[in-house]
Write a protein that binds this ligand. Structure first.
Ligand code: 3HC
Length: 299
């Protein structure tokens, strides 16, 4: 048996993160992937993008055309969550909304095998809160059943673009079992990633450090300290960052950046995490960055 013991993985959400996770699972971990998104257009667009990325890997000689075909054939769309019934692990990659994630994990716990790992790709939301939502009503969180249910939940935080970024943050909830953690780590390694571990605090390590940095850059723009291009150029050329912070915010999605900032601010009550007004206004305007065609830059 392979170390992670995962024979089939389900990925919920075919946006930029979910699609990337599906692709590395199929190509690197070489496991069959079931992919679901409430929008069938999103699934179709995601799969077309996966085809493009695989074709590029073939053209650059990184993989053979057989490997590309095998990887693509491992990904199958499913039309609803019941399609995940026989998976050994699901990875949720939907938008950053606690109530939505709790509802999803409650259904996962009902639908999936009791040994399946329930992983969230959340960027900042408490894994402990998500895990608590898996315990059926009427069952005590302190009972053996309650503890065993929540013990399967873990944070598995990938980075965008998933096929390129080498890291996965592994986040145990306070209920997560060692077995869940070990298997989730082994799966991330099989998918070609290096793993770091963070406690379940708002934003974990990555976003607790990255988001205040992005927010400061937006505040600097708001305060007229420098132009957009000079802020980004300063960080790119002065600190060797691959993208300036405003370009990176657009790339992540301004709605996602705001949702993470709000989780950090609400979860800590620390004013250093207060989202910049400009970020809020841009999201109010529907300017979400690269994915919507306009953010700090035009696309
Ligand atoms: N999906 C897959 N591959 C992608 C991609 C995407 N969306 N975008 C770019 N790539 C690939 C390109 O195809 C190219 O691959 P190749 O070497 O095989 O040709 C490679 O990345 C480099 O791309 P480019 O040459 O076009 O451009 P760059 O050299 O500027 O690299 C980048 C692009 C890799 C995105 C680089 O700018 C970068 O590393 N930016 C920072 C990204 C980052 O910080 N990500 C983390 C965000 S935070 C996060 O995800 C956490 C979340 O919780 C918010």
């Amino acid at each position: 048996m392979i170390a992670h013991g995962i024979r089939t993985v389900g990925v919920l959400g075919a946006g930029q993160m979910g699609l990337g996770i599906a692709l590395v699972s199929a190509l690197r971990a070489k496991v069959p992937v079931l992919l679901h998104d409430k929008s069938s257009d999103q699934v179709a667009n995601g799969l077309a993008f996966a085809d493009k990325l695989l074709a590029k890997d073939v053209s650059k000689g990184r993989i053979s055309s057989e490997e590309a075909k095998e990887a693509r054939d491992r990904i199958s769309p499913v039309s609803d969550l019941s399609g995940f019934r026989d998976t050994d692990m699901v990875i949720e990659a939907v938008s950053e909304n606690l109530a939505l994630k709790q509802a999803i994990f409650s259904s996962f716990a009902k639908e999936l095998s009791p040994s399946a790992i329930l992983a969230s790709n959340t960027s900042s939301i408490s894994i402990t809160k998500i895990a608590a939502a898996t315990i059926p009503k009427g069952v005590s969180a302190a009972s053996e059943e309650g503890k065993a249910t929540a013990a399967r939940v873990v944070g598995l935080h990938f980075f965008n673009p998933v096929p390129v970024m080498k890291l996965v943050e592994l986040i145990p909830a306070i209920q997560t079992s060692q077995d869940t953690l070990d298997r989730a780590r082994a799966f991330a390694v099989a998918a070609g990633k290096e793993v770091t571990v963070s406690k379940d605090v708002p934003g974990f390590v990555a976003n607790a450090l990255l988001m205040p940095f992005i927010n400061e850059a937006i505040t600097a723009l708001e305060n007229g300290i420098a132009t957009r291009d000079d802020i980004d150029k300063t960080l790119k050329l002065g600190m060797n960052h691959p993208m300036g912070p405003l370009q990176l915010a657009d790339f992540i999605g301004l709605d996602t950046c705001l949702a993470i900032q709000q989780t950090l601010y609400n979860g800590t009550s620390d004013s250093k995490y207060r989202p910049s007004i400009l970020l809020e206004r841009m999201v109010d305007a529907g300017w979400y960055g690269k994915k919507s065609g306009k953010g700090f830059y035009e696309y």
